[in-house]
Design a binder for this molecule. Structure first.
Ligand SMILES: N[C@@H](CCC[C@H](N)C(=O)O)C(=O)O
Length: 297
């Protein structure tokens, strides 16, 4: 019998995709941890269970999408949303003939997300609003970094810094304020590229009227420590949070930036009502988990 899986990644943030249309799999925390373990399992930053929305007991009310992305972090915890995962999920649906190429909705715990699978294999996701909700501090190696708290369906703390990102030790979780982030937080460290020319703010149809100054960057660099995972090569919701924070610092309501992460590059557009994320989504291969492995403790 066996359990069918696929493996994929978006800018090297990698996932095990489990086909479970009728919601029959018992996906315990321990099974997720075993699947994501790079020695005893398939290895991944997270698991994407492909299930019809009607079979998801804790799906938010009003979900219209036929297919729901039941996302789990590598430690087994549930997260509201995954920006890289939803692109891989969309590509998988088309590949498995569960959705037609073009645009459709994917259900997530942050709500329905409109996706467009582009001809070049990239996927554009309507990520909803990126909401700045305060300021806080992250600590790495005893050093404090000022950060901006951003909600993209899941929580982020974005620290814009001049420090060389390569110097940061993210093998241990950055310290954060548990009162501000009672359910944990994804922490992004961001540097800005100086603009090459004098024209600065990019044209963005999503952007509202801005009162702030021009952006001092057209691209940013980011490293991330993800809640429930550790340092990853990319975090899609984190890139949206990073752009929202950079715009907020510049006093701008909207704009568009390229975000460079260790696993590649994505394009992010943020407006006052919504945001979009465009980036690659790669399906690596497919297979079947052995029953013996699935049932082993
Ligand atoms: N890698 C994801 C985010 C996954 C969830 C996150 N670790 C959390 O717990 O909120 C992305 O691409 O957005």
């Amino acid at each position: 019998m066996g359990v069918e899986f696929a493996k994929g990644h978006g800018t090297q943030n990698d996932f095990v995709v489990l086909a479970d249309a009728e919601g029959k799999l018992e996906l315990t925390d321990e099974r997720v941890r075993a699947l994501c373990d790079r020695s005893r399992g398939l290895g991944a930053d997270g698991v994407l269970r492909v299930v019809r929305s009607e079979h998801v007991a804790d799906a938010p009310e009003g979900i219209e999408a036929e297919w729901f992305m039941d996302y789990r972090n590598a430690d087994g915890s549930i997260a509201e949303m995954c920006g890289n995962g939803v692109r891989v999920f969309a590509n998988y649906l088309v590949h498995a003939n569960l959705a037609q190429p073009g645009g459709f909705l994917v259900g997530t715990r942050a709500g329905d997300r409109a996706v467009v699978v582009n001809d070049d294999g990239s996927v554009t996701v309507e990520m909803g609003p990126a909401r700045v909700f305060g300021e806080s501090t992250a600590t790495v190696g005893g050093r404090a970094f000022a950060g901006i708290a951003v909600d993209v369906g899941n929580p982020h703390l974005v620290c814009v810094t001049d420090v060389d990102l390569a110097e940061l030790d993210l093998t241990v979780p950055p310290g954060h304020d548990p009162v501000m982030f009672p359910h944990g937080v994804n922490v992004e460290f961001v540097t800005e590229d100086p603009l090459a020319g004098s024209s600065s703010v990019t044209e963005d149809p999503l952007a509202g009227s801005s009162t702030g100054t021009a952006l001092s960057a057209s691209a940013i660099h980011m490293r991330v420590h993800e809640r429930g995972v550790g340092e990853t090569r990319s975090c899609g919701t984190g890139t949206v949070a990073a752009v929202a924070a950079v715009l907020h610092r510049a006093g701008l309501d909207g704009g568009e930036l390229v975000v460079n992460i260790p696993g590649g590059q994505v394009h992010v557009s943020v407006g006052d009502q919504t945001s979009t994320l465009t980036g690659p989504a790669v399906l690596v291969g497919e297979g079947t988990l052995s029953d013996a492995w699935w049932l082993s403790p």
